[in-house]
Ligand binder design. Structure first.
Ligand SMILES: [Zn+2]
Length: 329
């Protein structure tokens, strides 16, 4: 049995690691007959112990059949970037407190429709000038602050963008993440002292944008994507709508109240509020997340005599169908 096991290892190599071997089904990726001959050795087969080399057991190539080449996977660049998660970026006061501990010059804004914690940045973020004013959710500013070192590693010193916060729907009638202040459309980037245009200097269709030989714009997009911080990172490779900019957006962790509870009868010009979230073509927006559902705490739930009649009412209004999806990033 030990010899048989060793034989399987020799014949399969690394390519068999994920496969199982039913007795009857042929296995793709193996030399014809090798495994099946192994599974059902022909009568009179030479004992393994008598073989001078295990390699001699490999089945000879059949005429007209090209054995699959054991090609190694194409070498892809693995950028040395931190693994980040937008779900770890706090919101509200906690976000403001963290932002205050950075060197980002900013101030809090009055309520902005759609933004949970609106701020305006008037200085650099992590040493990178993003232009001003940059109005966004505090969480998005922190997100930019966290990836600033990744950008700086490529020599990025400044960014020009066309839009950040914008309360708007996407083409198919869904709120864009720009409406939450969680997105940015970047058109030009300064690497060192030279400005680079996304439209002109992003090479489309590159297999390995992170490769050192790729254009800086591709390397930047690839590295930012590798951090996994952004829920949406759309480049000119995505579609024609993004032919001239990089769309960066993080997932929301909480949504404004007006979004969480749909109005029964919306008033007059509520074009933006009426349509429920729907799939988006241009920018694959994320389903806006809502405040967490009421906790199921058996102890406190039972010992809450006051909330008897009212406890059930709010539950009815909570749109369970729109529960937040787990963040992929
Ligand atoms: Zn965008």
């Amino acid at each position: 049995m030990r010899a048989l096991g060793l034989l399987a290892v020799v014949l399969c190599g690394g390519g068999c690691a994920r496969e199982t071997f039913p007795a009857a089904a042929p296995q793709a990726g193996h030399a014809p007959g090798s495994l099946h001959a192994f599974a059902a050795p022909p009568p009179g087969a030479v004992p393994l112990s008598a073989q001078p080399h295990y390699a001699a057991l490999a089945a000879p190539p059949m005429a007209g059949v090209v054995a699959p080449a054991a090609l190694p996977p194409p070498p892809m660049s693995r950028p040395d970037v931190p693994q980040l998660s937008s779900s770890e970026i706090p919101s509200g006061d906690a976000c403001l407190a963290e932002l205050a501990r950075t060197s980002v010059t900013h101030h809090r804004l009055e309520a902005k429709r759609g933004i949970t914690t609106p701020v305006e940045v008037t200085g650099k973020i992590g040493g990178i000038h993003f232009g001003s004013p940059l109005v966004a959710d505090c969480r998005f500013v922190l997100a930019l602050h966290r990836v600033a070192p990744v950008m700086a590693d490529l020599g990025v010193s400044a960014v020009r963008f066309s839009g950040a916060y914008s309360y708007r729907m996407s083409r198919v009638g869904r709120l864009s993440l720009h409406a939450y202040g969680l997105a940015l459309d970047v058109h030009e980037i300064r690497f060192g002292t030279a400005w680079h245009s996304v439209e002109r200097e992003f090479s489309r269709g590159l297999a390995d944008g992170c490769a050192p030989t790729s254009p800086p714009m591709n390397q930047l997009a690839c590295r930012l994507k590798a951090t996994r911080l952004f829920k949406e990172l759309l480049t000119p490779d995505y579609d024609s709508d993004h032919a001239n900019h990089l769309h960066l957006a993080i997932a929301p962790t909480d949504a404004p109240k007006w979004e969480a509870v749909p109005k029964k009868r919306p008033a007059a010009p509520v074009k933006l509020e009426l349509p429920p979230p729907a799939p988006d073509e241009g920018e694959p927006t994320v389903e806006p997340e809502e405040p967490p559902p009421p906790r199921l705490e058996p102890k406190t739930a039972k010992t809450k005599p006051k909330a008897k009649p009212k406890a059930t009412k709010p539950a009815k209004h909570r749109p369970r169908a729109h529960r937040p999806r787990p963040l992929a990033s």
